[in-house]
Design a protein around this ligand. Sequence first.
Ligand SMILES: NC(=O)c1ccc[n+]([C@@H]2O[C@H](COP(=O)([O-])OP(=O)(O)OC[C@H]3O[C@@H](n4cnc5c(N)ncnc54)[C@H](OP(=O)(O)O)[C@@H]3O)[C@@H](O)[C@H]2O)c1
Length: 370
Amino acid sequence: MKDKRPVVLYGASGFSGRLVAEFLREYNVPFVAAGRNRAKIRDVMDRVPGIETADYEIAETSGSLDDLIKLFSGSKVVCNTVGPFLYHGPRVIEACLKAGCHYMDIGGEQAWHRDVEENWSEKFARQGLLAAPGMAYMSAASDIAAHLVLETRGIDTLDILSMFNGIPTFGSTQTIFAAIPTDAFYLEQNQYKPWPRATPHEVAVPGLIQTQLALPWGGFPHPVWFKHHPQVANVRTLGGLLNRQIMETVAATEKHFEENIRPLPKQEQEQKLAEMANSVQGGTPPRENMREHRTIDVVYGRGTTAWAQCVMYGTCCYRQTGLVQAYAAHTLAHNAPRKVGYASPCAALGHRELLGALESYGLQKAKLDA
Ligand SMILES: NC(=O)c1ccc[n+]([C@@H]2O[C@H](COP(=O)([O-])OP(=O)(O)OC[C@H]3O[C@@H](n4cnc5c(N)ncnc54)[C@H](OP(=O)(O)O)[C@@H]3O)[C@@H](O)[C@H]2O)c1
C-alpha cells in the first residue's frame, strides 16, 4: 500500500484527537482521521481551524482487532487517543504491532505503562518499532524537566510535581476514575514501592503562596520510564489540578472507593466507577484559554552532593498534548526513534528537541537551575 498516509489518528472525534489533527496540519503530515463514527469525525474535523489545507481522509472502523490491523497496515505511526487506555489500549497496541507501525498514545495511567513495558516492549523493539504511551502533556512536560535536571552529573533522585488548571474532558474523567483501583508505585533504589492508598499530599508549587493538594493519581509513568535508567534510582511523582476544591473531591472519592467499592467484585467495581465518572462530566468542555489554563511541572533533582531543579511554566495541557503527538508523528514519519520498544517521549525524541517544539508554539518555557 504505497499511497497510504503515514499517520493514523485513532479517536479523531475526541477533544484531544481534534487537537492532534490541528497540529498534524501545522506539520503538514498527511493522516487518516479514524474512529467508530464517521459522521461524528466529519463534524469534528470540519471544526478544526484551517483543516481545508490538510491532507487527510476519514475512516470508520468497528474497532475489532482485524479491522484495526487493516486500518493501520501500510502506515508508519498510530496516534491513539481512545482512552481509558487500561480498557481500550491492549487491542490497539496489538493491532499496531501486527500492522508493523510505531505506537503512541496519550495515556498517563501508570498501570497501563507497566503493562506496555512488561508485555509489549520487547516485541516492538524486535521489529525496530516504538511503543510510547504517554506521548502527551502529562507526563511529557515533566519528562523534559527530568531530563534537563539529569544533565547534571551525579543526580540520582527525582522529586516530580505536575499540576494544571483545566476542565477534564469526558475521556479524562473516565480515566481518572478507571485508575483509582490500580496500584500506584514510586521508585526507591530502582524497586517499585506502593504509595499509601487514598492519601492526598500538601505540596508547595513555585510561585504560589498557598499550598496545593496533590495525589499520586495512579503513580504516573516516571517510575516505569526510569526503572532501568543507569543514572536514576529514586522517583516520586505527585500531581493534580490547581484547584483545591476539586482535589478534595477526588481524594474523598478515592477514600469512598477504598471503604465501599473495593470490597465488591471487580466487574461491579468498574460499573460503579463508570457511573460515578458519568455523573461528574458528561460533555465536551470548551476550547482552552491560554490565560486561564496554565500548567506547572516541577522536578527537583538530588545526588549525594549534586543538585538541580527545573520548573516548566506552560499553558493549555490539551493543546500541548496535540502538539506533542503531532511533533512525534512528524518525526517518526521521517526518522527512526532514538529508542525502540517502550520509551518515554524524551527517550524517543530527545528532550531539547521536544522542548523546542513546545516553546516554538508558546506552550512551555523551562527554567533550569543547576
Ligand atoms: N496524559 C495527558 O496529558 C492526556 C491529555 C489529554 C487526554 N488524555 C487521555 O486521553 C484519553 C482521551 O481523552 P479526550 O480528552 O480526547 O476524551 P474524549 O473527548 O472523551 O474523546 C474520547 C475519544 O475516544 C473515542 N472512544 C471512546 N470509547 C471508544 C470505544 N469503545 N471505541 C472506539 N472509540 C472510543 C471517542 O469516540 P466517540 O467520539 O465516537 O465517542 C473519542 O474519539 C483519556 O484517557 C484521557 O485521560 C491524556
